[in-house]
Design a protein around this ligand. Structure first.
Ligand SMILES: Nc1ncnc2c1ncn2[C@@H]1O[C@H](COP(=O)(O)OP(=O)(O)OP(=O)(O)O)[C@@H](O)[C@H]1O
Length: 257
């Protein structure tokens, strides 16, 4: 297993946000995390990328306990595309993407020709090369998202964690981004709200509800009408997509029932 969370419990004051959550991700797997608003997806991911520390449980990345490793070592192996990205100073896109190279460098080491090529290629892959001299703060929400993805690509980590990466993206950029991530030879865990996107791209899906994993399996195993009703409170039919052969969810609004 490449990335494992074992029996994580996380609480804020008296409120339990994660309850004994375990996640197992194999090499090169593309794993989705779905669940209603407030079910604990971001909190779980933050515990897995060490932004939060659980009261109970452990997280292993390539068999090493992440809470016992230096942050720089983890950053060589794990790239994160978080839900919101506070950037406090004025940076150009190029400079921000170049920060993805930091874990691979010594303090104050200048960028090598290889670093510069990786940064350029990452911007190209994420579709932001044309924005390279722009100030990050002047970008639209979707452009910012793609720049953060470019920074994660420049990190060249073997594992990537993404929290709702398609948020703010138009449909073309959503599909391009998911295609790009799927094409990389890496292990991925991604929180998604769009269940048809999850159905199309994920090998396995974990379903969170009220801080607990309530289902796990392939998209066909997990995305059933009864689960969608039980977890998300919606009526739906699930068919096979005529082209992708993946499950496709047709939601049914109350007025048509
Ligand atoms: N620091 C905190 N203090 C109090 N409650 C918190 C804190 N952090 C998270 N929560 C609560 O924990 C629950 C899970 O939040 P989380 O952001 O993990 O959910 P999510 O599944 O990612 O939601 P969304 O789909 O809306 O992004 C929510 O009810 C949230 O209000």
């Amino acid at each position: 297993m490449v990335f494992v969370a074992k029996n994580l419990s996380f609480a804020v004051q008296q409120s339990e946000i994660l309850k004994n959550v375990s996640v197992h991700i194999q090499e090169r797997e593309f794993v989705g995390l779905i669940g209603p608003n407030g079910s604990g997806k971001s909190t779980l991911l933050k515990n897995m990328y060490r932004m939060l520390q659980p009261q109970d449980g452990e997280v292993f990345l390539f068999n090493e306990n992440i809470y016992k490793q230096p942050a720089k070592e983890i950053a060589k192996q794990l790239a994160v595309v978080g839900q919101e990205t506070p950037v406090l100073f004025e940076f150009t896109v190029k400079d921000l993407v170049a920060m993805g190279r930091t874990p691979h460098k010594r303090l104050m080491e200048v960028d090598t020709r290889e670093d510069i090529a990786i940064v350029e290629q990452s911007m190209q892959q994420a579709g932001v090369l044309h924005l390279s001299e722009r100030s990050f703060s002047s970008l639209s929400g979707g452009e910012k998202k793609r720049v953060i993805v470019a920074r994660a690509l420049a990190q060249q980590a073997k594992v990537m964690v993404l929290d709702e990466p398609t948020n703010h993206l138009d449909i073309q950029h959503q599909l391009q981004l998911m295609d790009l991530i799927q094409s990389l030879p890496i292990t991925v865990i991604v929180a998604l709200h769009d269940l048809n996107i999850a159905a199309t791209y994920c090998d396995k899906i974990y379903v969170l509800k009220d801080g607990e994993i309530v289902a796990y399996g392939t998209p066909f195993e997990v995305l059933t009408p009864s689960l969608l009703q039980r977890v998300f409170g919606v009526h739906a039919e699930v068919s096979v997509h005529p082209v992708t052969k993946k499950p496709h969810i047709f939601y049914i609004s109350e007025q048509f029932l």
